[in-house]
Write a protein that binds this ligand. Structure first.
Ligand code: GLU
Length: 256
C-alpha cells in the first residue's frame, strides 16, 4: 500500500517544544516495520517551528514571520537529524523534501516533485516532507501540514493519508466541553454538518486543528484517496489502521 503519514507538532514534541523522545522513537520503529512489510511510506512532518522554539529556548511560539522562519530553519535540522538517526537504526534511509504551495501550483515544478517522489520510493527511501517554512510567506504557502499532506497524497496517488494528532478523531461535539461527545468512526460524505463539527485552532505549537483536517479530507476524498484521523500518542495505532480496526475516524474516498 502507498501510504502518507502526517505527524503534527503535538505528537512529536512536548508542550515545551522539546522532542518527545519516547513517542518519536516508537513512531520511527513502527514506520520502519511497515516499510519492511512492503508498504511505500511518505512522512509529512511538522515540528520545525516547534522544535526551533525548544532549541532556541524561546518562551513561546513566535507570532512574527521572521522569528517563525528562523525557528523553522533551526528546528528543521533538528527534525531531520532525529529522523536520520532513528530510521538508520532500522536500516531505512530518509530524504528531506521541502516544498511550498507555489511548487505545486507551477505545473513544471509539480511534475519534478512527483518524479523525485516516485524515484525515492522506487529506491526504497523514506521521503520526509515539510513546508519550506523559511521562504513560505502567506502568499505562497500552503500554510498548514494537514492540507500539505493531502496535496502530497493526491499528487502521488496514495491510497491512504493518515493524520496523526492529539485526539482520536472527529467527535460529534467538542469532547473537551461535552461529556456526551462520541467519536465518529466513518464519514462517507463531508457535508455542512461535518464541517460545522470541526471547530477552531489546534495546539499552542502547531498550526492545524480539526478545521484543516476536514479540509484535507475534502481534498483527499474528492480524488479517491481515503483519509484517517487518529491519535498519534500511541504510534502502534498505525498497525490497527492497516488491519482496519481501532479508534479513529475514517473518511472514505470517492471511488472514481
Ligand atoms: N511547517 C510547520 C512546522 O514544521 C508546521 C505547520 C503545521 O503545524 O501544520 O513547524
Amino acid at each position: 500500500m502507498r501510504l502518507v503519514i502526517k505527524v503534527g507538532t503535538s505528537t512529536l514534541a512536548h508542550s515545551s517544544g522539546k522532542l518527545n523522545i519516547r513517542r518519536v522513537e516508537e513512531l520511527c520503529k513502527v514506520i520502519s516495520d511497515l516499510k519492511n512489510a512492503g508498504n511505500e511510506i511518505v512522512l509529512v512532518s511538522s515540528g520545525a517551528i516547534g522544535m526551533g522554539v525548544g532549541k532556541l529556548n524561546l518562551p513561546a511560539r513566535p507570532s512574527d514571520m521572521p522569528t517563525k522562519q528562523a525557528a523553522a530553519a533551526v528546528g528543521q535540522c533538528e527534525l531531520m537529524y532525529t529522523y536520520d538517526k532513528l530510521f538508520s537504526e532500522y536500516n531505512h534511509t530518509v530524504a528531506q523534501i521541502l516544498i511550498t504551495g507555489d511548487d505545486i501550483e507551477n505545473e513544471g515544478r509539480r511534475l519534478h516533485f512527483i518524479n523525485t517522489m516516485e524515484k525515492l520510493l522506487e529506491l526504497g527511501a523514506l521521503p520526509v516532507i515539510n513546508e519550506n517554512d523559511t521562504v513560505a510567506t502567506a502568499e505562497i504557502a500552503v500554510g498548514d501540514n494537514d492540507t500539505l499532506a493531502a496535496i502530497v497524497a493526491v499528487n502521488i496517488k496514495a491510497q491512504l493519508l493518515v493524520l496523526l494528532t492529539d485526539i482520536d478523531g472527529l467527535y460529534s461535539a467538542d469532547p473537551k466541553k461535552d461529556k456526551t461527545a462520541k467519536l465518529i468512526p466513518i464519514v462517507g460524505n463531508i457535508d455542512d454538518k461535518i464541517i460545522s463539527l470541526a471547530g477552531g485552532a489546534g495546539s499552542s505549537l502547531g498550526t492545524g486543528g480539526m478545521a484543516t483536517k476536514i479540509h484535507a479530507a475534502q481534498i483527499c476524498t474528492e480524488s479517491g484517496t481515503d483519509m484517517i484521523i487518529a491519535n498519534g500518542s500511541n504510534p502502534q495505532i498505525l498497525y490497527n489502521i492497516l488491519e482496519g480496526e481501532g479508534r479513529f475516524t475514517y473518511f472514505k474516498g470517492k471511488r472514481l
